[in-house]
Ligand binder design. Structure first.
Ligand code: MF3
Ligand code: CO
Ligand code: CO
Length: 252
């Protein structure tokens, strides 16, 4: 069941999403050679709690940390730890906050120091893939158009879209219906799900430089590319009104 939120629910969602986005802005200057992902975790944790919110991933289904930190071939859900960032790494930080019972979810991939042309290109194409997905969102349109647009854009640039993770409805809970696929070629039925005013959801494509295939490490969380290729991700939380598509985790 997809929740349809009320007009008055938009204001608290905006606040939560603004905080999540502010965490990504705040942490940017700390993403440097030599810093550990655990240090980044604790800086984000303190920033979130100082703004009277709760880091929503902490203890979520047993996840042990306040953010996800996914380096190089890690696709998503990397667990912060002792790893020290090195020159040329790409690092996704995924921040999910719960502010007054409303969830905001956003992530971006940072480049550490100077990286390869391939990594630079991957990060750029992934960022644009999210933009392409957002452009496919229309009030009274359908969710399937998002994945189709993203897959077409990513594959025509020589990269692949991860299929094992998807975007999701969000609001009073972190993960709500529907699941929002970032690809469009494998739909078993020709079903469509309509995008209606009052829906809140994320789009969060993960793009690999090589094969789209992933595996989960023995910690039960860390998803990595099977072929060891680089992976990047960007995520925004979106709200749809009668006549607008609002990207809540971009605030200017
Ligand atoms: N922020 C992630 C998402 O985009 C959720 C991470 S859940 C965790 O859906 F437990 F892995 F942290
Ligand atoms: Co999400
Ligand atoms: Co997220």
């Amino acid at each position: 069941m997809i929740n349809i939120y009320k007009k008055e629910d938009l204001a608290p969602m905006k606040s939560s999403c603004e905080l999540a986005r502010n965490v990504l802005k705040y942490i940017e200057s700390y993403v440097e050679v030599g810093v550990t992902t655990e240090e980044l975790n604790s800086l984000c944790h303190d920033f979130i709690t100082k703004h009277r919110a709760i880091p929503a991933t902490l203890n979520y289904k047993g996840y042990p940390k306040s953010i996800c930190t996914s380096v190089n071939d890690v696709v998503c859900h990397g667990i912060p730890g002792k790893y020290k960032l090195r020159n040329g790494d790409i690092l996704n930080i995924d921040v999910t906050v719960n502010l007054d019972g409303w969830f905001g979810d956003t992530s971006r991939t940072y480049i550490v120091g100077k990286t390869s042309k391939l990594a630079e290109n991957l990060v750029e194409i992934t960022k644009k893939a999210l933009e392409v997905g957002i452009k496919a969102v229309k009030p009274y349109g359908c969710f399937e158009d998002i994945g189709r647009a993203i897959q077409h854009y990513v594959e025509s640039n020589g990269f692949s879209v991860v299929r094992d993770f998807c975007g999701h409805g969000i609001g009073r809970e972190l993960h709500e219906d529907p699941q929002i696929l970032h690809y469009g070629d494998e739909s078993p039925y020709a079903t469509t799900t309509q995008i209606l005013p009052g829906m809140f959801f994320t789009i969060e494509p993960m793009v690999n430089a090589g094969s789209h295939k992933i595996k989960i490490l023995r910690d039960g969380w860390t998803a990595v590319t099977v072929d060891g290729s680089l992976s990047a991700q960007f995520e925004h939380t979106i709200a749809v009104t009668e006549d607008e598509v609002l990207v809540l985790t971009i605030v200017d």
